[in-house]
Design a protein. Sequence first.
Length: 292
Amino acid sequence: MASLKEVKERIKSVSSTQQITKAMKMVAAAKLRRAQDRIIQLRPYSEKLAALLANVSSGNTEEGMNTYAQEREVNKVLIVPVTSDRGLCGAFNSNIVKACRNLINSNELAGKHIEVLPIGKKAFDSFKKREYPVINQFWGVFGDLTFDTVKEAAEYAMQAYADGTYDKVYLVYNEFKNVATQIVRTEQFLPIVELEREENTTTNIDYIYEPSKDFIVEELIPKSLKIQFYKAVLESNASEHGARMTAMGKATDNAAELLKELKLTYNRTRQAAITKEILEIVGGAEALAAQG
């Protein structure tokens, strides 16, 4: 049985850890509210824009009208994993790394040249240790999370695809559902995925472009792609705070349970020590009485 001093030190250590995890939970809850508001406000705009983008891209067959929707033979692939800069958020980061491995090892990408553009320090650190080439300019966007900082990474991926450097670009990120649930998404960012048409739909859709087709291609499509990229990063940011809040909440509860056990152990150890001292005193008294 551990000594009273050891148990007391353990209680002090666990209590200190519980205070830290409780504070981290409160900080994560405060950050989550702001991050959740941002993604909820962006989602309707992003979803409508994504549908419009897919319609415009699929409806254009003229040369030069679908630069970002051109299907090519896939030889080089860029994967963009979105993680956090910090840990202590459960399986949030490891789920993204696992999803990337599954994608790389899939039949679709077997034998292809893979490069990684990590967003978040954890993704950068993880893939830097592996054999895949890593583009390291953009992993620190969470230090100043704005549309302007994120769009630089999106522009890099878009320009590299347009130049033919990559034939496909994938986004791998956590979609925020609620505080306790984050859904890992693996989405094809480029080329633009056409909307699935219903089986009974055979009529071709005629589009009216204002002010012109050239304007739509040069302005709307690139901006729409950047918005989709930014949405993925915001989803991941909200998911991170939700995952950390849940993880720290569980850690705080586990610490409370451990404290109960330690305090019970302390009381039992203390009682055993007192009982032992009493027995020693009684035994000593009886020995003296026998001598007298």
